[in-house]
Design a protein around this ligand. Structure first.
Ligand code: ADP
Ligand code: MG
Length: 561
């Protein structure tokens, strides 16, 4: 890209000739369009009546899911602004585990409304200022409207709401119970360490066979078949230390005759035998090692009747530590009878097609484990994802004790308060606050839309109902406005707080961009020049968005602008 410098009257090259560049409003439109396409893809999955997506990767692996974060993660998104929305979903998933779709569609809608303001002549800095006032007011309303509750009934409602509309829907009552029990088991002074809860799926059996295991388990078999498959009165050693002589194996040794080689090997065997003996002498009869175990060591352990496991996952090691009181040994010299953990019974079983080793009768089971069953891999994975969301929300509720009412109730209330607040603000910022209110109504609107309901009538009815009762939301099954608190549709405050905050942050970041400079080919755009300035461009598009990895046509996109 050449810039002509008038003084020296020569073209001056500051960018490669094939660099793509979008300046000013074109950058804005280009970015917003991509974000809207992305949010329209996940939008159809929202709520109890949301649909699923089928995603196929390059290897032909299929994932069928309703989970916003999973959809975005599985799609190979290349557009830089759209990637920011993927980031929001990931952050939401990481912090609360649920509300990913909400966060993404809210960001998409905030951007869409910002563009409307901009096209009508409101400068972007004014939009940003108005949005900032609005987000503060929205959060204030959220906090004021939250209810203090963390009793068991509430927790069950929270878990059920998170699982509604997912693969787990029809067994959600049973699964919610398992989950709440699992969380209660690990709760420690109002804190929940989610890592102490293991959720493992078995691809076979019925959902109803899912169970909360008494004690804990690791999803792997013992190191060798000739080791015992069950041990009563287990004395458990936990090793971080690799039980093999890696360094010796890799060392370069100069040997000049066969006798020297034999001596070297004998010595190595002695050292390995020594390691095995140290374990056996400590009194351990079960060993979990985070690293590898040499064949010789396995052999000696097996002869002494020790049940050993190698390459045990870090999170499993932590759970075993918490539940059995075993110390994690980093240097084999430190292994002593006192460092061992205890359990009544350790036994390996085959559950459907997987080996699972159960550790039962732990003295302080501050760790819990759930085995999820589903008839196929696709079903059990989707249940696992739904349980993961539910785990996030139940933990958040136990920790924070604050809930809000779902089914669109909280969003309508925030929008109502924002409109009243806008009246107190002068200037064009007022318009931005009103647009923010409209944007947040995307949640009830989409819930209704996905259920095939008349969104305009319902929203009018809902707004009116909120004059008397802030808990009114949409019963998507009957198409009626009802009290969602009574219906038990509740969500943790943290989910909504995080969704609003991160959607606003991403929106602000994208709106501030007035120049997009991309290396040749990075954006994958055919020739967006004419198209971007044509407002009908987006609604004319039926698929294959430039820079969207060719997945833009998913899910029968509704018109967007
Ligand atoms: P997200 O990824 O944002 O959590 P979901 O597909 O899980 O998306 O949908 C969450 C939305 O569905 C929330 O707004 C929640 O209040 C709503 N919802 C959940 N259960 C019900 C229900 N039984 N009736 C109405 N709305 C519900
Ligand atoms: Mg959800």
């Amino acid at each position: 890209m050449a810039l002509v410098n008038k003084t020296i009257n020569n073209p001056m090259y500051i960018l490669r000739d094939d660099t793509e560049r979008f300046e000013g409003s074109r950058a804005l439109r280009y970015n917003i369009l991509a974000c809207q396409i992305l949010s329209s893809i996940v939008r159809t999955t929202l709520g109890p009546k949301g649909m699923d997506k089928m995603l196929v990767d390059k290897m032909g692996d299929v994932v069928v899911t309703n989970d916003g974060a999973t959809i975005l993660q599985e799609m190979d998104i290349t557009h830089p602004a759209a990637k920011m929305l993927v980031e929001i979903a990931r952050k939401q998933e990481h912090i609360v585990g649920d509300g990913t779709t909400t966060a993404v569609i809210l960001a998409g809608e905030l951007l869409k409304k910002a563009q409307e303001l901009y096209e009508d002549g409101t400068p972007i800095p004014t939009v940003l200022l108005g949005y900032r006032l609005a987000v503060d007011k929205a959060l204030e309303t959220l906090f004021e409207t939250s209810i203090d509750a963390d009793d068991e009934e509430t927790l069950l409602g929270i878990a059920r709401t998170a699982m509604t509309g997912k693969g787990s829907d029809y067994a959600k009552d049973e699964l919610a119970e398992l989950l709440v029990k699992a969380v209660q088991k690990v709760e420690d002074n109002g804190e929940v360490d989610k890592k102490l809860i293991k959720i493992h799926r078995i691809n076979g059996g019925a959902i109803e066979d899912s169970e909360l295991v008494d004690g804990i388990f690791v999803d792997q078999p013992r190191a060798r078949e000739d080791m015992p498959a069950e041990i009563h009165d287990a004395k458990i050693a936990l090793m971080k230390y690799p039980l093999e002589l890696k360094d010796v194996n890799n060392a370069k040794v100069d040997l000049t005759n066969p006798l020297e080689l034999q001596a070297f090997l004998d010595n190595e065997e002695e050292m390995l035998k020594d390691i095995a003996n140290q374990i056996i002498d400590s009194g351990a009869n079960v060993l979990f090692c985070q690293k590898g175990i040499d064949d010789y060591v396995q052999h000696y352990l097996s002869r002494a009747g020790v049940m050993a496991f190698k390459r045990v996952k870090n999170t499993d090691i932590k759970r075993i530590m918490m539940a059995t009181g075993a110390e994690l040994i980093t240097n084999i010299e430190d292994l002593s009878p006192e460092s061992l953990g205890t359990a009544d019974y350790v036994h390996q079983e085959k559950v459907f097609d997987q080996f699972i080793t159960f550790i039962e009768g732990c003295k302080d089971p501050k760790a819990s484990s759930i085995l999820i069953r589903g008839s196929t891999r696709h079903i059990s994975s989707e249940i696992e994802r739904a349980m993961d969301d539910a785990l996030g929300v139940v933990a958040a509720t136990v920790e924070e004790g604050k809930i809000v009412i779902g089914g669109g109730a909280i969003e309508i209330e925030i929008a109502r308060k924002l409109r009243a607040f806008a009246n107190t603000i002068g200037g064009r910022e007022q318009l931005a606050i009103i647009k923010f209110a409209e944007a947040i109504e995307i949640v009830p609107k989409t819930l209704a839309e996905n259920a095939g309901l008349d969104t305009i009538d319902l929203l009018v009815e809902l707004r009116a109902a909120h004059e008397d009762n802030v808990n009114m939301g949409i019963n998507v099954f009957e198409g009626k406005v009802v009290d969602m608190k009574e219906a038990g549709v509740v969500e943790p405050q943290r989910v909504k707080k995080q969704a609003i905050q991160s959607a606003h942050e991403a929106c602000e970041m994208i709106l501030r961009i007035d120049d997009l400079v991309a290396a040749a080919g990075a954006l994958n755009t055919p020739d967006p020049d004419e198209n971007l300035d044509d407002p009908t461009y987006a609604s004319n598009m039926t698929g294959g968005m430039p820079g969207m990895g060719g997945m833009g046509g998913m899910g029968g996109m509704p018109p967007m602008m």
